[in-house]
Design a protein around this ligand. Structure first.
Ligand code: USQ
Length: 382
């Protein structure tokens, strides 16, 4: 299959490109290096330097013999989107090309506007280009479990049947996000659902929880192929942050009471979920939704797991509850359904002590580069 990955430079984008390429697909990536620019602007560079896409593509060709085509440009610009879709004629399109950080979206007005305009414009350009140049292509859109928020009822997989005054209707499951970033993801879903209804698009929306991990089968420990690894407060996800904090001797930063529960998954499972979705596409006129995570943890449970793995490595890992910079429920019901991807064939890689130790041992090699002032920058919601 010809598969175009929008946002191919990111934490998920590059590993996905290699995974699909290794599975025999013809892969192209597009990116404008927005994330790299934001790292520099906010002084939150990742733990190790990552080669640019041309160099990564060359390293992959060297390793696998497979080519990954690279398009550098801004997907907010219609001419660029039109050009690459016409040239590459994708049969599958993975849409990762979004500003992905909740704290970044809450920094200030400028960051809010960037998040809104980038995320919604890219999604809209993708929709229009698909309709015009590849109407049968399957769009696989990365959504987020955070669109649902933490309601006091079980979360269904995308849709809910509602009985009301003797009548019945299926709706998108109610959404109430906790950040502007998450709100743009709700807006994306609404855009895709609207145009799926009127233009018969073929869409899978993957409602993903926070991802952790460094290595994939394709990267191994090869530094030229590893993804970005952020441990800062803005772009680092919680478990990756805790791993770095444990190694650097920094107390694990549990926000508030630490009862915040989310659905987590290993980076390897993200790749498998995306590949399985592409290889079993949604129907024309269908918005198919999967909840993409493999197991749920509270922040306290994650901190305890990391502390325990640290003990096995003779590290003295401490846990510190700090005032929660976010507005979020710190104790809540959380029971989301997540059977769709398992039914497609997903075999989860669960969080184990071995997984944590392998990450921590690798991070130890970069320990001297950890900068304490990136760990807590005090981005608040208020
Ligand atoms: N948290 C801490 N301490 C920290 C960092 C985070 O207690 O040092 C807490 C947060 O308050 C939150 C939970 O850990 O309750 C998860 O935070 P996170 O930063 O790992 O994840 P989040 O901001 O929700 O966003 C990440 C990705 C985003 C993706 C989302 C999936 O950055 O792109 O959409 O995970 S979900 O959380 O399901 O919405």
């Amino acid at each position: 299959m010809r598969i175009l990955i929008l946002g191919g430079d990111g934490y998920l984008g590059w590993p996905t490109a290699m995974n699909l390429s290794a599975s025999g697909h013809n892969v192209a990536v597009a990116d404008n290096y927005l994330r790299r620019r934001l790292y520099r602007e906010e002084n939150v560079e990742p733990l190790w330097t990552v080669p640019n896409l041309h160099d990564r593509s060359a390293a992959w060709k060297n390793k696998s013999g497979q080519a990954i085509k690279v398009y550098i440009g801004d997907l907010r610009e219609w001419e660029f989107v039109e050009e690459i879709i016409r040239k590459f004629e994708p049969q599958g399109i993975v849409h990762y090309a979004e500003q992905p950080s909740a704290p970044y979206s809450m920094l200030n007005r400028k960051a809010a506007m960037l998040t809104l305009s980038n995320n919604l414009t890219v999604t809209a350009n993708l929709i229009f280009a698909t309709r015009e140049y590849c109407p049968d292509a399957h769009i696989v859109k990365l959504g987020t479990m955070g669109e649902y928020g933490t309601p006091n009822i079980d979360i269904e997989e995308g849709w809910i049947e509602v009985d009301h005054k003797g009548r019945r209707q299926k709706f998108l499951f109610p959404r109430q996000a906790g950040s502007l970033y998450h709100t743009t993801k709700i807006m994306d879903t609404d855009l895709l659902w609207f145009y799926t209804r009127i233009w018969n698009l073929r869409v899978t929306d993957l409602m993903q929880g926070p991802v952790y991990g460094i290595f994939t089968e394709e990267s191994g420990n090869d530094c030229s192929l590893l993804p970005f690894f952020n441990y800062d407060e803005i772009f680092g996800t919680v478990l990756n942050r805790f791993v770095v904090q444990a190694v650097a001797g920094y107390p694990l930063t549990v926000y508030g009471r630490g009862g915040q529960t989310r659905g987590y998954l290993n980076l390897i499972d993200t790749l498998n979920c995306v590949r399985l979705s592409l290889e079993t596409p949604a129907q024309k006129g269908e918005l198919r939704i999967f909840n993409q995570f493999t197991e749920t943890f509270s922040v306290n449970q994650l901190a305890e797991r990391v502390q325990q793995a640290g003990r096995a490595m003779s590290l003295n890992v401490t846990i510190q509850h700090i005032d929660n910079p976010r507005l979020e429920a710190e104790e809540h019901h959380y029971n989301p359904a997540h059977t769709g991807l398992i039914d497609l064939g997903l075999e989860p890689h669960y969080l184990s002590e071995d997984v944590l130790i392998r990450m921590m041992q690798f991070v130890q090699k970069h320990k001297e580069k950890v900068s304490g002032d990136k760990i807590f920058k005090k981005v608040t919601w208020s």
